[in-house]
Design a binder for this molecule. Structure first.
Ligand SMILES: Nc1ncnc2c1ncn2[C@@H]1O[C@H](COP(=O)(O)OP(=O)(O)OP(=O)(O)O)[C@@H](O)[C@H]1O
Length: 316
């Protein structure tokens, strides 16, 4: 694997009492990227992230994080990473500042440096005005922001975020995405797990989809969406039957069917390049076009295509 990889996972396997939760996965995360791990409930995401962060012992395979082997140098790995997990609860009886202070002392960051970083980070996540508030009085979104700020205090090379926006409202989610981008822009590699397809699509440089303990597909969001090759054009015309005939000569068209939104035309390549041909063919046959719409595959479509189920389907 290349030198620019900050995480390298080779043939990783993990079983719980004979049950294979992770079945020989290999993948790499490049320095500076935002990498997302997607999968339905029970796919093996948490098991993998727990091994990468040394919370679970390695059973089989090789895992290197920030140049350190998780089995041989777990301490070094821990020093290189920041973790923001669902279970990392905040101490309810500490204030925002105390929460950060406590974490900084735990990691032996010298006093002045600690204070400086805390001020900076609370500014980044917009919690300066809440610094003396008890964490139990913060909203769900503020708590999440505080957890992210805390995870960043040690200036980690890699930040692990497990479901960072779970249960938050759309505005707060977008703010968190902004922070994640900002943190990544400053050089931190991000390893993310999420249930939200849109989140993975918006944020990630690369995505791997895991199901039943195996990686099914990896790629950039664009690559994954393009592999479906299922752009659909919805066309409403003055005469759908004739329009259908007129479209017969376009090679990129896979199928034309009737739908509530007019003709539904499935395209085998980038649909936007096919639009002019469709318009020309239909107009050329003297048929009026009432409306034309292009629908590109979404990450939801990708997910359903590869896993055969919706992400929130918990029947595993
Ligand atoms: N400590 C454990 N003991 C026994 N089985 C476990 C244990 N932890 C996880 N498993 C099983 O391993 C499989 C993978 O679990 P894991 O938590 O890694 O999935 P996940 O992808 O993180 O799911 P979710 O999205 O629901 O968090 C599941 O079938 C789960 O029941």
């Amino acid at each position: 694997m290349g030198e620019d990889n900050i995480i390298e996972v080779q043939d990783l396997e993990h079983t719980f009492n004979g049950f294979a939760a992770v079945r020989g996965i290999s993948f790499a995360v490049k320095k500076g990227e935002i990498f997302s791990f997607l999968g339905p409930n029970g796919a093996g995401k948490s098991t993998t992230i727990n091994i990468l962060t040394t919370l679970l012992p390695l059973q089989k395979g090789t895992v290197r994080v920030a140049g350190h082997d998780v089995a041989r140098a777990p301490e070094q790995v821990r020093k290189s990473i920041g973790i923001v997990f669902q279970e990392n609860v905040l101490d309810r009886d500490l204030t925002v500042r105390e929460t950060m202070e406590f974490h900084g002392r735990l990691y032996a960051i010298p006093r002045d440096e600690r204070r400086r970083r805390i001020d900076d980070l609370l500014r980044v996540v917009e919690l300066e005005t809440k610094r003396d508030e008890l964490t139990k009085n913060l909203s769900g979104g503020m708590k999440r922001r505080l957890q992210i700020a805390r995870g960043l205090l040690t200036r980690p090379t890699v930040l692990f975020l497990d479901e960072p926006t779970q249960g938050l409202d759309p505005q707060t989610r977008m703010r968190i995405w902004e922070y994640i981008r900002q943190v990544n822009g400053a050089g931190t590699t991000i390893f993310l797990t999420t249930h939200y397809m849109e989140e993975a699509d918006m944020l990630s440089d690369r995505i791997s989809i895991i199901d039943h303990g195996e990686i099914i597909v990896s790629g950039t969001p664009e690559e994954l969406k393009n592999t479906l090759g299922e752009d659909v054009v919805y066309l409403e015309t003055g005469d759908d039957r004739k329009a259908r005939e007129a479209l017969g000569g376009i090679g990129e068209i896979r199928s034309v069917t009737k739908s509530p939104r007019g003709l539904s035309i499935t395209i085998s390549t980038d649909g936007s390049r096919c639009l002019p041909q469709i318009v020309d063919a239909v107009h050329g046959a003297g048929i009026a076009i009432r409306s034309i719409n292009l629908k590109k595959p979404t990450m939801d479509d990708v997910f359903v295509y590869y896993t055969g189920r919706e992400l929130r389907d918990t029947g595993v």
